[in-house]
Design a protein around this ligand. Sequence first.
Ligand code: FAD
Ligand code: FES
Length: 355
Amino acid sequence: MSLKFHSVLVQSVKPLTEDSAEFTLALPEDLHDVFGYEAGQYLTIKQEIEGQEIRRSYSLCSAPYEKTWKIGIKRVNAGIFSNYALDHLRAGDRLEVMPPMGNFRITPDKSRKSHTVLFAAGSGITPVLSIAKTLLMEEPLSTVTLFYGNKGFSSIMFLEDLEALKNQYITRFRLVHVLSRESQGIPLQKGRIDAEKLDRLFKAFLAQEPINDVYVCGPEAMILSVKNFFEARGLERNQIHFELFHSGLADSKNLEEKIIEGVTCEVHLVLDEDAITFEMTREDENLLAAAQRAGADVPFACKGGVCCTCKAKILEGTAEMRVNYALEPEEINQGYVLTCQAIPTSSKITVSFDE
Ligand SMILES: Cc1cc2nc3c(=O)[nH]c(=O)nc-3n(C[C@H](O)[C@H](O)[C@H](O)COP(=O)(O)OP(=O)(O)OC[C@H]3O[C@@H](n4cnc5c(N)ncnc54)[C@H](O)[C@@H]3O)c2cc1C
Ligand code: FES
């Protein structure tokens, strides 16, 4: 996997709603393999805005079989990159883009007959749309149900694409809009997707059918409700997949007592087949910050434990993460950490970004 940024041309910009747009990226032929992706994965974009280097992640809303690279960006109030993109980014501009990554993804299987339930809210539709399109196109026997939460009809991103998908796959794709501030004439479809609404939606739409997988992308509260709801109905943890775009770090772990008082940690860092060694002190917030201070050009984006751009493997020693919204339990068992959240708990550690 390449962790380098590439200069990529913005081919076109298509407004979706008043505060969102779809950006199509034109990738030259020689980058098609490097930028190969699975439905649900995201790109990391680097851009200098008013003298500051900004990095943000955006999920691909296109599907791999379409052989295009599209992202959908929604304006965040006072947000640096989303406002820049929507107000200034135009066709012909260039962006620095890192190849796709991320664990929120599907690998379709033509012979599979499954029922996948998708939940999205607001801009959380982007990876979910990619997953829905891919499953419907590449798994001819499978069915998909999508619950999509928004304030009102005018704020629904990709409304036309979703309607087209519904018409194309009339017997295999069920789309249920849930609007918090607008009535569709059906009380069940008014409100937010919370625990109570989930119960009612389940009884109305899902109770009769087996569910193979659940994918959810939206605010933290919705993800938690969906996860708890389906776990309580017997789904295994590995059948419930989620992507969080932003976290308030509400459940940040207090690791103070685990950090060895007064002791510095010797960090041996492997990146791009090169290695550096440096001392990390208690003043360094985490492994990523310490590596940056030591001059390493380490990959990162959110610095909040929600993407996995800063993922690396601990080869020797131990570390704990303050929060983790991105790594799967198996990856943690294999020794991977989000370096932007990891604090060494041993006095010596070897960490590799190349694994
Ligand atoms: C894996 C991943 C995939 C993503 N995919 C998409 C996507 O497809 N489309 C998309 O529009 N965004 C997506 N995001 C979110 C995106 O990366 C940015 O966080 C978002 O665009 C805000 O960036 P900003 O620079 O405008 O705001 P910032 O300048 O970073 O933030 C401004 C303020 O808004 C708060 N904030 C930041 N993000 C959010 C948010 N999402 N909701 C509420 N408050 C927020 C911040 O805490 C801050 O107070 C994704 C994030 C991740 C981690
Ligand atoms: S940079 Fe996003 S999880 Fe570390």
